[in-house]
Design a protein around this ligand. Structure first.
Ligand code: NAD
Length: 555
């Protein structure tokens, strides 16, 4: 119940009055009546009962047993032939369903931090792959500074890059300025480019100076101080207006991506060539015309991305399905832009690695500080983790309940979860810790334009894996489990499952943590081993994961 409420905390949710948590219209409950009924049901729920939630509405309660999940959730699922936005929007208007996104309808959203590390690692991987090591002093351009997209400016500057984010709604930029994720707001492209240009020059100068300065003395030197002056700018504007103008001016970013809510042409993406208020009025008055204009705008937006890619910008799709939307609107080569999973993330998925998160129900930041310390104690050899923890402590402001995210894989998650449970048991952490993950995940997602894009065996659209993931985590005794359709990329484009398990310091909880935090990332290893990734096959053998039919490597 605290996690449901935390999802809707005004510091966490993008639009709590409408129950919208993030990602376009990703909701925590279908209506306020449904929210009240969920809260009432959770208050009355016994330790051997399970509550059923159908797309944000509580629909029943059954006696199960005390190690079964307390809540079972299914969000936004439709039968194949009807699995599209036209049908979904019709059913939503009738009050029969809601869009659960990923962690919105599964009650484990933790604000923009939830994606900061993923974005940080993705940008870092782009730096390693394309720029000989890092994004230091590079220019990153993107769109959308909403719930997830709002993490981009911070993730970019954490990598030493200079960032420009085009966002149509000034309120969203203000929110990022307030949370410290974004440094500056600009109201015209001229103003924004001036800031970016000055920052890039500053960083070039500081690099030249720092190469003259002895490493020891650097920390206190002018160069050392300057090296921290990487900036991020939010520009009020529409990507489909601004990006073509950037092309026209001959400005080429080093890295280009996008996190507007392109997955939803009606309630996410804002069409160009009109004021935001006029677009919002059109959305209400004439949804069909709105969709038509939004689709055309996405075509213009992606054409501009392709033009910048041609001029040398390292360009990738960041999981919002804008390529498929633009392709539908006539941009035949939209998929010349690669997806971020095959480009940067898949090797991590082969080891069940992905965004793992935990939340302190005490509300005490000290509890998270203790878990940060624990993670570093348990995994001293994990350099990425150490680097992330240091940056997170310095730069992440908690939103709602104190929480932490980091990328851990098979083996590490179970060890860490059990150790956190022990700290709760010994009173070193004041209240239970809630442990979950994103649905940007190795083994619980089928999303052919994102997590499962370009699978080596062509199994991109096989949706059995997320369903098996939900089943095994239910059997293993997670605290709540969810099955969703359409997260990230929109209705009909993905099937995925969520899991959350609580460490309350009891032995019962220890057993459940051991089981769930093994089966859940284990599914990621299985899924990739089965597809034929040798990295996953070798990892499964090393970890003694039982695979009845030995998969054949295909790479
Ligand atoms: P959001 O709805 O909170 O924010 C989207 C932002 O885009 C809004 O602030 C909106 O004003 C802005 N926008 C819409 N149209 C625009 C336009 N034409 N020009 C400029 N700005 C525009 O969504 P979010 O939570 O930030 O998610 C963004 C997208 O990323 C969604 O499609 C979501 O499904 C996807 N997503 C990606 C990941 C990932 O791991 N890469 C994870 C979750 C979600």
């Amino acid at each position: 119940m605290r996690m449901l409420m935390n999802n809707l905390d005004p510091d966490v949710a993008e639009n709590p009055d409408q129950l919208i948590v993030y990602g376009g219209t990703g909701r925590a409950a279908r209506s306020w009546d449904a929210f009240d009924a969920i809260v009432r049901s959770l208050r009355e729920l016994k330790n051997d009962e399970s509550l059923l939630i159908q797309s944000g509405k509580p629909v029943g309660k059954f006696r199960t047993h005390d190690e079964a999940p307390r809540v079972l959730i299914a969000n936004s699922n439709l039968v194949g032939q009807w699995n599209n936005y036209a049908e979904f929007n019709r059913l939503e208007r009738l009050g029969l369903t809601m869009y659960g996104q990923m962690t919105a309808g599964s009650w484990i959203y933790i604000g923009s931090q939830g994606i900061v590390q993923g974005t940080f690692e993705t940008f870092a991987a782009a730096g390693r792959k394309h720029f000989g090591g890092s994004l230091e002093g590079k220019f990153v351009l993107s769109g959308g500074l909403g719930g997830m997209g709002g993490a981009q400016p911070l993730a970019a500057t954490m990598n030493g890059a200079v960032f420009l984010g085009v966002e149509v709604d000034p309120v969203r930029i203000e929110k990022r300025l307030k949370s410290g994720y974004c440094d500056k707001i600009a109201h015209s492209l001229d103003e924004a480019l001036k800031l970016i240009d000055a920052a890039l020059k500053d960083r070039q100068r500081s690099r030249r100076e720092s190469s003259d300065v002895d490493g020891q003395a650097r920390e206190g030197s002018r160069a050392g101080r300057r090296a921290n002056q990487s900036i991020s700018v939010g520009l009020v504007g529409n990507c489909a207006d601004v990006l073509p103008e950037i092309v026209k001016r001959g400005v080429v970013p080093d890295v280009l991506t996008d996190q507007t809510s392109a997955h939803d042409a009606l309630n996410g993406y804002v069409p160009h060539g009109m004021q935001l208020e006029d677009a919002l009025a059109l959305r209400r008055k004439n949804p069909d015309e709105y969709i038509e204009r939004a689709m055309q705008s996405m075509a213009v937006h992606v054409e501009a991305m392709l033009a910048l890619q041609k001029k040398g910008a390292v360009t990738f799709d960041y999981g919002n399905n804008i390529r498929a939307q633009a392709q539908k609107a006539g941009v035949k080569n939209a998929f010349d832009i690669p997806g971020f999973v095959p480009e940067y993330i898949r090797p991590l998925f082969c080891e069940g690695r992905g965004p793992f998160r935990w939340v302190a129900l005490s509300g005490e930041p000290d509890d998270i500080a203790r878990t940060d310390k624990l993670a570093l104690e348990l995994f001293p050899e994990n350099q990425t983790l150490a680097r992330w923890m240091k940056l997170a402590k310095e730069r992440i402001h908690f939103q709602g309940l104190p929480a932490r995210i980091c990328w851990l894989g098979y083996g590490e998650r179970a060890e860490f979860g059990v150790a956190m449970n022990e700290l709760v048991k010994r009173g070193q952490i004041k209240a239970p810790i809630v442990i979950g993950r994103d649905h940007l995940d190795a083994g619980s997602v089928a999303s052919p334009n994102r997590e499962t894009e370009g699978m080596i065996d062509g199994s991109d659209a096989i949706a059995d894996w997320p369903l098996l993931n939900a089943l095994v985590n239910t059997a293993a005794g997670a605290s709540w489990i969810s099955i969703h359709n359409g997260g990230g990329v929109g209705i009909g484009y993905s099937q995925h499952a969520g899991m959350v398990v609580v460490a309350d310091g009891t032995d019962d909880s220890k057993r459940r943590l051991e089981r769930v935090l093994t089966s859940d990332p284990g599914m990621g290893v299985l899924r990739h081993a089965d597809a034929g990734y040798s990295r996953a096959i070798d990892f499964a053998a090393k970890q003694k994961i039982d695979i009845p039919m030995l998969p054949k490597p295909r790479d």
